[in-house]
Design a binder for this molecule. Structure first.
Ligand code: ADP
Ligand code: ZN
Length: 224
């Protein structure tokens, strides 16, 4: 049965570690819904919802949005049909509190995480990657001004949309996001190591393809 092949994955990694890029490849290869809390929060901001307004204050400062807000968003998303047979969580959990709530949420439904993959990238590389990151306003595709530039500066190869820099990718906010990651999210590595579901993929100085080879090795097999 499909159930035995269920992949319930968490992708862990600092800002700039390449989570988004690897996430896109994972969901394409394994046919999983991509649940990215950062994207969901930015969508709420764009829509101008109450929750978006609340989240924005924290995000623009590089702080974490309160657990209760994010957990609510994820809980709802996980009950949707497409997430019943597996999912990829990207950017969640980010605190021990969130991880415990996730464990309880899944456990209550007789489920559990099958893989936690940590994307390990040296600190000095992270800051460099974030500073050069650009996104397409129209389709969301990501670029890097040095490592992965578009054919024409400022224009998306895929759709011709305008490229922009995320408000929280400026230098001061980046420094804060990295500090927040170290303090609040990095402890999750030990949390999941203790549960024996942690694997590490090394991303330092590697192209996305090389990183994905490691990821695919961890996740194994073909799509379910
Ligand atoms: P990155 O991983 O590059 O920092 P994300 O898009 O995942 O980018 O997150 C951007 C911001 O959204 C975070 O700095 C934080 O403010 C907020 N956010 C996203 N996911 C969470 C979460 N699980 N808990 C709290 N805040 C979150
Ligand atoms: Zn585009």
């Amino acid at each position: 049965m499909a159930r035995t092949r269920e992949r319930n994955i968490v992708l862990l990694g600092a800002p700039g570690s390449g989570k988004g890029t690897q996430a896109e490849r994972i969901v394409a290869r394994y046919g999983l819904p991509h649940i990215a809390t950062g994207d969901m929060l930015r969508a709420a901001i764009a829509k101008g919802t109450e929750m978006g307004r609340e989240a924005r204050r924290f995000m623009d400062a590089g702080e974490l949005v309160p657990d209760e807000v994010v957990i609510g968003v994820v809980r709802e998303r996980l009950t949707e049909d497409d997430a019943r047979e597996g999912f990829l969580l990207d950017g969640f959990p980010r605190t021990i509190g969130q991880a415990e709530r996730l464990d309880a949420l899944l456990g209550g439904a007789g489920r559990g995480l099958t893989h936690v993959i940590q994307l390990d990238v040296p600190e000095d590389e992270l800051a460099e990657r974030l500073a050069g990151r650009r996104l397409c306003r129209a389709c969301g595709k990501g670029y890097h001004v040095v490592f992965d530039p578009p054919a024409r500066a400022g224009v998306c190869d895929a759709c011709g949309g305008e490229l922009y820099q995320r408000a929280d990718d400026d230098e001061t906010t980046v420094r804060n996001r990295l500090a927040v990651y170290r303090a609040q999210t990095e402890p999750l590595v030990e949390h999941y190591r203790a549960k024996c579901i942690l694997s590490i993929a090394f991303g330092g100085g590697k192209m996305p393809d090389e990183v994905f080879e490691q990821v695919a090795e961890i996740l194994g097999g073909a799509a379910s």
